[in-house]
Write a new protein. Sequence first.
Length: 243
Amino acid sequence: MTGCPRRLALLASLALAGEAAAQTASLAPLAPSQRDAAGIAARVGVLLDRQWDHLQWVARSVQEFWPPQDAEELRFILDTAHDNAPHIIWIGVATVSDGRVLAATRKLLEGADVAQRPWFIEGTQRDAAVDVHDALLLQRALSRSPEQGMLRLIDFVSPIRDGDGRIVAMIGSHILWDWVVGVVRREEGHAGAPIALVSSRGEVLLAPEGVPPTRLAQAPRVPVPQRAGTPSFGWQLAVLTGA
């Protein structure tokens, strides 16, 4: 398959992702009876699962057309997926053989050596979720000034396999941490109470303003549930009612 027919097939393979992407970033407000910690944590988990689903749709398209004719073909897939999900700042495919980005949204970081980046290391082994971190390479690639602050991300990554089942590349989706912050802040507004987000290691990732550390440490926490088969961040959430 070459030229226009192949491009049309690529578009068809992305149709589901395009239709679903509009639903990945937000949910309708909870009913008042559901605005407890467990209900809010479940909503955050649903949104994380949707990010994983989005990457899997894209990964299937990449794998279906592997090996690609050229980087432009892969970029077409990635840009199409990115255009439908603006809270995802970057989607890229890096090859195992040399640890370099073969294709990426808007050509950002193409050719860059990412062999030591956590998402690449994780992706060579398994489906993975990489917790919030500074975007060292993208910060420079986007020419962000110090005044703009450090770009922070969470990642989902999945291996790409050839016809013999060997991992030949990995695809990574870099999601803006600001999106996660926005999700939690919206839920605070619905719940009418401050919300804290805690990592699997017990680190406070997002603390409500004006809440004393002692109050935060004593707040009951509930896990952010993620669907079986979805790489989990292992987050916990606390709704500080009465704070």
